[in-house]
Design a protein around this ligand. Structure first.
Ligand code: MG
Length: 261
């Protein structure tokens, strides 16, 4: 039996930037009685809170077993209750680093890329503290628009190629559907998984990771490539939900068996 279940967020627990469904919220709360849970995402903690934590019907002590790794693992926060988090670690950019990255991103608004600097869907560039994110259509773009903007990543691969030489001391990563995430070197889901095992003082064999992009070039692939944690590639949040129902039944059965001696 695993001691921790770790997840990607968008496309795995929820649709991109959307809240988890009530069914997902219920099964996650059920699992918290048996295991630790962790979510690793390029999102900011506020976004993760809105999408997940605020939707959970369970509150109180059980939530302290829920770990959030925002910004590709540049920080770890543990829920205390819906109103607050304890920061276990956080690696923020200096003012100079943040400015340097935001300045470099100016090239996305110039030829040949010509992204709209402002649009109907919110900020294009956001400094999240330990990560700067460029969202091609804006932070709040609807999923229908996002899914058709750069499905083969070709726009973002060209922007990344232009950014890499300007920001050699940082990692420029292609994120979810429309984003480019820039962090200090080494932050990715594998890094966060390492921090998670260290925080829980458990072995990689006691963890399980779920992601919709566990394939070469996908933003969940580092877990498979760089750790020995077992990875499950899911097709969508419904697929994850079905698998979690099955896992929860296993835990509940084991608990019942144990109580019957
Ligand atoms: Mg995903």
């Amino acid at each position: 039996m695993k001691k921790v279940l770790a997840f990607d967020l968008d496309g795995t627990l929820a649709e991109s930037k959307s809240a988890i469904t009530p069914e997902m919220a219920e099964v996650l709360c059920g699992l918290l009685s048996h295991v630790h849970l962790a979510v690793i995402s390029g999102a900011a903690v506020e976004q993760m809170s809105t999408q997940i934590i605020e939707r959970l019907p369970c509150q109180g002590d059980r939530l302290s077993k829920f770990m959030l790794f925002p910004q590709n693992g540049a920080a770890l926060l543990v829920s205390k209750n819906t109103a607050g988090y304890e920061t276990i670690y956080e690696d923020l950019f200096s003012k100079e680093e943040g400015t340097k990255i935001v300045d470099a991103l100016e090239l996305a608004f110039e030829p040949p890329f010509n992204l709209a600097r402002t649009g109907p869907y919110g900020d294009i560039v956001e400094n999240r503290g330990g990560q700067v994110t460029l969202s091609g259509l804006g932070q709040q773009a609807p999923i229908e628009k996002k899914s058709t903007w750069d499905p083969d990543q070709s726009i973002r691969m060209r922007i990344k190629a232009a950014l890499d030489p300007l920001l050699p001391e940082f990692d420029v990563k292609i994120g979810g559907m429309t984003s480019i995430d820039i962090t200090r070197k080494g932050y990715n889901k594998a890094f966060a998984i390492g921090k998670m095992l260290e925080y829980l003082k458990i072995d990689a064999s006691e963890a399980l990771f779920f992601g919709d992009a566990v394939f070469p070039g996908g933003n969940d692939y580092s877990v498979q490539a760089e750790t020995t944690v077992e990875c499950i590639k899911v097709s969508n949040p419904q697929d994850t939900l079905d698998r979690l129902h099955a896992i929860l039944s296993t835990y509940e059965e084991a608990t019942r068996a144990a109580s019957m001696g």
